[in-house]
Structures are given as structure tokens and as C-alpha cells.
Design a protein around this ligand. Structure first.
Ligand code: SF4
Length: 290
């Protein structure tokens, strides 16, 4: 629960505010950019919602915030904002909201498929979200891009009986029981529409997931940067090897995709040709920055 006594000075006066527990994960700025903006190392309310739709988006950000740093002076009915998650991105692919502090507020996604649903990285194990996922067919596989974004994986495993998948190089003693472990650097088919592509760099076993040669779930390997207006990665947040991350990025040029759906950073949609061009420019930029 956000504390109005702890609200940042940058918040514009009015109903909604961000307090000092904000961890600057960016969820609110992506979900409700008309309300939330950047302050040095945290988010703040820059424009109070001035329409029902803006208020609905601000309340969705409040629900998604991993640390409860968003508050309001007035009481609001949160039910519609809670019901809005998982939020459709395209056809049968959804953004889960309900980010977890244990994965630093990373985004997670649900793919609804007749052959069994896939949860991509871990949201918070929130009862309202869990109920919605049950209604949408449960979870067959939980694909974990890397060890930083696994959050409540064990609770999802226990509740849904899903098989968790992660690269063997991400395994440590507390997650040694993960059901499926990807090995080596070669891509591996999980199912005819799901390809796991190891992308070592951010971590040793970081792996992205390509769905239907169209949607690429990129974990912390690749995202859209609004500042650079480009696909991007970060050497400052590269925990294993920037050199390996560049090589991994270059290998992605072999695959067509139209969506980048990251854990951290912004989502992006473009034609496969434009995406290829943007990715090539990202690789060139990474080489220059090395
Ligand atoms: S969602 Fe919450 S923690 Fe994340 S940037 Fe916004 S206020 Fe901060």
C-alpha cells in the first residue's frame, strides 16, 4: 500500500501519486504513459488522469506495480483494473501485469494454445491472476528466460503442475529440480510452434523464446528503447559477457519475428523486414559500444 506521506515531490498535485518505495521498474510508464513519467531513478505522476480511460490505465499500473508504490487519495474500484489482466497483446498472446518485486518488476506473458498454454517468465502469484489463468486453460509450460526473472515459479509449478524450462547454465542449488533443462548453444524446439534460442550474454544461460516465427520473448536480452528510438541492450546490466551478448544478438538475425516482448524495457511491433533492419542496427551499435 503506497503511503501519501512518502510521495515524491515530483508528483503533480492531485489524486494519484508514486511513493518512495518505487524501484523504477518502468511498468507504470509503459502501461499508463499519459499519467506516469520519469524522475531521476524513480517514476512520478506527471499528469493526473483526466478521462475515464486514463484513470483505468493508471489503476492498471497500480495493480501491476511490483511494490505497491502507486497510491491514490480517493478510493477507487480496482475490480475493472484487476480484470483487465492478462491484457491481450495480439490474438492469443497476453501481458500478465501483476509484476513481482522478486524479478525486479519484469514483464511476463501468457500464450494461450490448444496444445497447452505457456507462461513466459514469472508474474506475481496473485490469486486474481491465478484464477484468470485457470479460466484461460491453466499452464502447461513455464518458460524462464534466465534466473533473474523466475520470481514465483515454484508456486506456479505447484498450483498448475506446469513443466518449467530453463537453460542448464542458469541452474543453481535452489532450482535444481526444474523439470526441463536446455543444453548447449543450439536452438531447441519445445513444440512445432515454440523455439528456444540460447542467447548467452546477459547471463550465461539466457534463452529467448520464438513463437510461430512471429513473437520473440526476449527476457533481458533485447528490448525497445524509447530514448534511442531503437532496439537496444545494456552493457551496464550485462552480468556475464557483453561480447557473448553481441554474438547472441547477431545470431538472432537468422530468425524472422515481428514482436519483441521483453522482461525489462519496452515492447515493440514492426514488420519482419523492419525488425531485421532494426536488429542489424542494434548489433552495429553494440559493436561500437564494446
Ligand atoms: S510500476 Fe511501481 S515500481 Fe515500477 S516504476 Fe512504476 S511506481 Fe515504480
Amino acid at each position: 500500500m503506497a503511503d501519501k506521506a512518502q510521495r515524491w515531490a515530483e508528483n503533480t498535485p492531485g489524486d494519484f501519486f508514486v511513493d518512495r518505495t518505487c524501484i523504477d521498474c518502468d511498468q507504470c510508464r509503459e502501461i499508463a504513459p499519459e499519467t506516469f513519467g520519469d524522475a531521476p531513478s524513480h517514476a512520478a505522476v506527471y499528469h493526473q488522469p483526466n478521462s475515464p480511460e486514463h484513470e483505468r490505465r493508471a489503476l492498471m499500473a497500480l495493480v501491476a506495480c511490483p511494490v505497491g508504490a502507486i497510491g491514490s487519495e480517493r478510493r477507487h474500484n480496482l475490480a475493472p483494473a484487476v480484470e483487465a489482466f492478462p491484457e491481450p497483446i495480439e490474438n492469443n498472446v497476453y501481458f500478465c501485469g501483476f509484476a513481482s518485486a522478486n524479478s525486479y518488476g519484469a514483464s511476463s506473458y501468457l500464450i494461450v494454445r490448444p496444445e497447452g498454454n505457456v507462461l513466459m517468465d514469472s508474474p506475481r502469484f496473485a490469486s486474481r491472476l491465478v484464477r484468470k489463468i485457470e479460466q484461460m486453460g491453466g499452464i502447461r509450460w513455464m518458460f524462464l528466460s534466465h534466473v533473474d526473472d523466475i520470481a514465483d515459479h515454484a508456486k506456479f509449478r505447484q498450483h498448475f503442475g506446469c513443466e518449467r524450462i530453463i537453460h542448464r547454465r542458469e541452474i543453481h542449488s535452489s532450482i535444481a529440480d526444474i523439470e526441463q533443462q536446455i543444453k548447449g548453444d543450439e536452438p531447441q524446439w519445445i513444440a512445432p510452434d515454440l523455439l528456444a534460442i540460447p542467447t548467452p550474454g546477459h547471463t550465461r544461460g539466457h534463452t529467448v523464446l520464438l513463437y510461430r516465427e512471429r513473437l520473440l520473448f526476449t527476457g533481458d536480452h533485447l528490448w525497445w528503447s524509447p530514448e534511442r528510438q531503437s532496439l537496444s541492450a545494456s552493457s551496464s546490466y550485462c552480468w556475464y559477457s557483453w561480447k557473448r551478448q553481441i554474438e547472441s544478438m547477431e545470431r538472432l538475425l537468422d530468425y524472422p519475428f515481428e514482436w519483441v516482448l521483453p522482461g525489462h524495457g519496452r515492447r515493440y511491433h514492426a514488420s519482419a523486414d523492419e525488425m531485421h533492419d532494426l536488429l542489424a542496427r542494434c548489433v552495429a551499435w553494440m559493436r561500437q559500444a564494446a
